[in-house]
Each structure stands twice: as C-alpha cells, then as structure tokens.
Design a protein around this ligand. Structure first.
Ligand code: 1HN
Length: 343
C-alpha cells in the first residue's frame, strides 16, 4: 500500500472518529482471533511458601474488620485485577478461633474448598455446615452467609468467586446483614439428608440455579474416587475425573463455576489436554507435577495451580494424586463457547 493511500485512510479514520465511528477492518483479526489469546500465565502458589502469609494476616486485621480476611491469589500477569484466570477470582481465607466473618450477601456466586483446620462452620441461606478439609461448599448468588470458628485451630479455605464474570455484566448487588450472624432456620445436615442421598423429596420444586446440596463432604467424595480407582481403567487424558452434580437435574453444581475432582494413580501421567476454560487446581492429597509450556509446576498438598485456557497440559502423579478443579466451563457450555481437545 502506498504512503498516499495510507495517509488518506488515516485522515478518513480521524474524521470518522469525530462521529464516534471506527473502521472494523483494522481490528477484525484481533476482535475475532483464530484461537483464544492466552490471558494470564500458568502459576503455582506453593502452600509451604504462602501459608505463612495467610497466617500472618491475622496479626494485621481481624475477620470482623476485614469482613473477609483473604489473601487473593492474583495471576502474576494480571496484577491489580484480582483475577486468577480471566473469569475467576480466588483467594485463601483465614478464620481464627472465636472469630465470625459477618453476614452479607451478593449476586456473585462463591465456593469454598476447605484446606486446613476443624471446628469452623459456614452458614448459608439458613443452614450451618461444618467445614472439614476436602469439603466443597457452595454459597449461591444472593444468599445470606457468614462464617464462624468455634474450634481451637485456625481455619483456612480456598474461595473461588465468579467476580470477573459478574463484573463483565456489571449487574451486581451486595448487602450487609444488620447482624453479624444471619438467622439459622434449618438443622445442620438438612440439605444433605433431603437431596444428597440419591433421594429427593416428592413434589420438590426447583427454585435455585444451584445444587440444593451445598456441602459435598470429602469423606464421600474420597470413597467414590477410591472405588473408581479400584475398578481400574483410568481415562488416558483425565485419570479418574468426576464432576460435582446437581441432583435435581444432573447438571453442574453451580451455574457459573464448574467443579470437578480427580484421582491419578501413583506413577500415572495424563496425555496432553486443552480446553477453552482457564482452570484452577488445588491439591487435596498426594504429589506430582503439572507440565504446561516448558514449565513443570510441582503439586504438593494444598498447592494451588492455575492454567490459562487453551494451553495443553499434562498431569503426573508421583504419589496417588487427588486434585480439585474449578473453571468457568459451565458458563462457556451454556453460551456455546466451550471447546476441548484431547491431543
Ligand atoms: C466473600 O463474600 C467471601 O463470603 C469471600 O467468604 C471472598 C471476595 C470478594 C467479595 C466477597 C466470603 C470474597 C467475598
């Protein structure tokens, strides 16, 4: 293209700009790329390294003053964004003995994956549930929730929220409860008894987009994984991979965040896999490595690892590995964006 033509075009673009008009043809390929651009970088937060900072946070602020005392797991390539992947927020929350994180509600959905401690509970929509390491707990959109630690140990859990997705739609609300503790209206264990036993109350009408089972206890999850592993025949790309399910409809447990758990037998490695959902993994048990690009990210108990979407990765287990995994897959599936490839 000659310099003259280029100049004429630039002058046209400038005149068009005065009318809030812009040419598509200079931008089309970046607006609609051939394949997803990588947002963020693969990263590992080793629990041996970060635990100390999480614990130290209690010396600086109370749960009450902080509202939620959390160290955000921020993707190092997305500093200031509070994003672990481009669509998810994650952090490690600490609740000390005797503390209460006061009741509030927001339209963002949250999940907890319990890391360490005992004796603490979370109260969600009128029901308390005890938090035990490995439990997966749902806090649905716009439900009152508070957390309390009646035990004698610090309690740490991984929070994951759909904050970046909610921010994209900019249609969200929050509200503080007038009291620190919201009312408890059902006995502990009620939801699991009604909905989590392969039984459902006759005549139950679905009113939530979330699974009515809001705590999936690790003891049960682990039993299922052990039985699968005993039966043999792991998937070459996934190992033994299970998704947490809404018993009312067989769909994902939450409307915006997908949750899965997997077991990889000692000595096994998965074949390369990629999918359009950026993933966050937390190691529940065992040891191994996640290989992505030219990096080998160590996997030890409680380590958190993130892999941006569409990057092929493999998983290697040196000791029987149990990994909990979250992503925005459920949202992508609903919108028709999800793709995956077994390589
Ligand atoms: C929140 O409500 C919790 O309830 C945790 O524990 C993390 C991050 C941002 C906004 C709200 C919780 C949060 C949060």
């Amino acid at each position: 293209m000659s310099a003259a033509i280029q100049q004429e075009r630039e002058a046209f673009y400038q005149r068009a700009d005065t009318q809030a008009l812009a040419p598509l043809w200079t931008r089309l390929k970046s607006l609609v790329p051939q394949a997803p651009a990588t947002v963020g970088v693969p990263h590992r937060w080793g629990y041996d390294e970060v635990r100390h900072y999480v614990m130290e946070s209690a010396q600086h602020i109370s749960a009450k003053e902080a509202e939620r005392r959390v160290m955000i797991l921020e993707n190092p390539a997305l500093k200031g964004s509070s994003q672990i992947t481009h669509s998810l927020y994650a952090g490690l929350q600490l609740l000390m003995p005797g503390e209460i994180a006061p009741a509030h509600r927001h339209t963002q959905s949250a999940l907890r994956f319990i890391v360490e401690g005992s004796g603490a509970y979370t109260a969600v929509d009128g029901e308390k549930t005890m938090m035990t390491p490995g439990d997966f707990v749902i806090t649905p959109s716009w439900t009152w929730h508070h957390h309390g630690n009646d035990g004698d140990q610090p309690m740490v859990w991984l929070d994951c929220l759909d904050i970046p997705m909610a921010m994209f739609f900019n249609s969200t609300f929050r509200e503080d409860h007038r009291a620190d503790e919201a009312a408890i209206t059902r006995p502990t264990g009620d939801a699991l008894a009604r909905y989590g036993q392969g039984l459902l109350p006759v005549g139950h009408i679905k009113t939530s987009l979330n699974s009515p089972v809001f705590n999936y206890p690790y003891a049960r999850t682990r039993e299922a994984l052990a039985a699968l592993a005993k039966a043999g025949a792991p998937d070459p790309h996934h190992g033994y991979l299970l998704r947490y399910v809404n018993p009312l409809d067989g769909g994902w447990a939450m409307p915006t965040i997908s949750t899965m758990i997997r077991l990889l037998p000692t000595g096994s490695e998965t074949k390369p896999y990629r999918s359009t959902d950026g993933a966050v993994f937390i190691v529940v048990e065992g040891e191994g490595e996640l290989h992505v690009n030219d990096r080998r990210l160590a996997l030890k108990p409680h380590d958190v690892v993130t892999v941006p979407g569409w990057l092929p990765y493999t998983l290697h287990a040196t000791h029987e590995l149990v990994l909990f995994q979250v992503s925005d897959r459920v949202a992508q599936e609903k919108l028709g964006f999800f793709r995956e490839a077994c390589l």
